[in-house]
Design a protein around this ligand. Structure first.
Ligand SMILES: [Mg+2]
Length: 367
């Protein structure tokens, strides 16, 4: 089944609500109102087409598209679309001097998703069935209702909606310049929601070690389920120190590209909950290896965003315990996976079970 042609384009999708998350300088990051979605369609000589995509916020979408067009597509034309491992290695090593992670690996991830979509369609099975058919639906936590630019009152409204839908909990952003602002907000939210509600927090790499451990002590008192990206994502040793000292589990992985980067954290006991992003870490081929590595290290996996593709992992495999509900890309698809009683239902169509929406392409295409 040879690759005959590859089409690429970029969408800029409006966010469901404008957001602010932490950055390491200043009190807050810049407000952001849209997300970029580089897309790829791989066409084979047997009539089967596969789709893949990546995402980015703040820039890089068009550059990713150029990498797909100029550097990766020529390496794939005429190749057997079913040889996903060989083609992953080919793309990785062809681009390694400028790649390994970041937008080059994100472009590779998009291609890899398309190859898996083709494989599922060739097998006439949704990918979660190919992976192992673990369950027919995946638990979700609400993640689009706890931004730094939202008031405690607005966060409580969003939380009530998620919990009423049946989601198992909520995630909140932290990361104000004065971390006590976060602590006071969290105390108010915990008091209002009660001690039983599952709450995790995400600092988006905001703090140094000293601040991270001070905040972590407060999170322990508040019964927080996990402490996500407390420090810069390169800090393996710092996260290992933090994990050793704190009882609250450390979650990270979204900003890391490839099993090699995530492996460093596993080997150092620097992460408790592994959060690979399927479109940053190297696609389906690479995230399957990350999940196996996490399992061997007795860590659970909670994929970062990208629920429309990662639902196949959560429904197909043991060890992937839930999904992050963030409907940023949902409108790009004609028939996205359904949510029922706070859980995402396993898709029934073969492959990824996704098609790009012609209406979204018409309205949101920028390249
Ligand atoms: Mg995060």
């Amino acid at each position: 089944m040879n690759i005959e042609s590859i089409e690429t384009f970029v969408l800029e999708l409006p966010l469901t609500r404008p957001i602010v998350a932490a950055v390491s300088t200043g009190d807050r990051g810049s407000p952001c109102g849209s997300v970029f979605m580089p897309c790829v369609k791989v066409v084979t000589d047997e009539g089967i087409e596969g789709i893949g995509y990546a995402w980015c916020i703040g820039g890089g979408g068009k550059a990713m598209n150029r990498v797909l067009c100029d550097d990766m597509s020529p390496l794939l034309l005429g190749e057997n679309a079913l040889d996903h491992e060989r083609l992953w290695e080919k793309l990785y090593w062809a681009t390694q001097p400028t790649g390994r992670h970041g937008l080059v690996m994100q472009a590779q991830s998009a291609i890899d998703l398309a190859l898996w979509d083709i494989k599922g369609k060739a097998a006439e099975m949704p990918l979660h069935k190919l992976f192992g058919g673990m369950r027919d639906r995946a638990p979700l936590y609400g993640s689009d209702g706890g931004w730094l630019n939202m008031s405690v009152e607005d966060i409580l409204v969003a939380a009530a909606n998620y919990l009423a839908e049946g989601m198992y909990g909520i995630k909140l952003k932290i990361g104000h310049a004065d971390p006590m602002v976060d602590v006071h907000r969290l105390r108010d939210i915990r008091l209002a929601l009660g001690s039983d509600v599952w709450i995790s927090v995400d600092a988006n790499q905001k703090w140094d070690y000293t601040t991270a451990i001070q905040v972590g002590r407060e999170l322990e008192q508040l019964g927080i389920a996990w402490y996500e990206e407390p420090m810069i994502c390169e800090n393996v040793v710092g996260h290992a120190r933090l994990a050793e000292k704190l009882d609250v589990p450390i979650a990270l992985g979204e900003t890391l590209g490839s099993r090699h980067e995530i492996g460093s954290f596993l080997q150092a006991n620097a992460v408790d909950i592994v959060q690979p992003d399927i479109t940053r870490v190297g696609g389906m081929t690479e995230i399957l290896k990350v999940i196996a590595m996490a399992g061997a290290a007795h860590r659970t996996v909670e994929p970062h965003l990208m629920m429309e593709a990662s639902v196949h992992l959560a429904c197909g495999l043991p060890g992937v315990t839930g999904l992050e509900y963030m409907p940023w890309l949902t409108k790009a698809f004609t028939d996205p996976p359904q949510v029922k009683d706070g859980q995402m239902l396993a898709p029934t169509a073969p492959g990824l079970g996704l098609e790009f929406s012609p209406r979204a392409i018409e309205h949101f295409r920028i390249a």
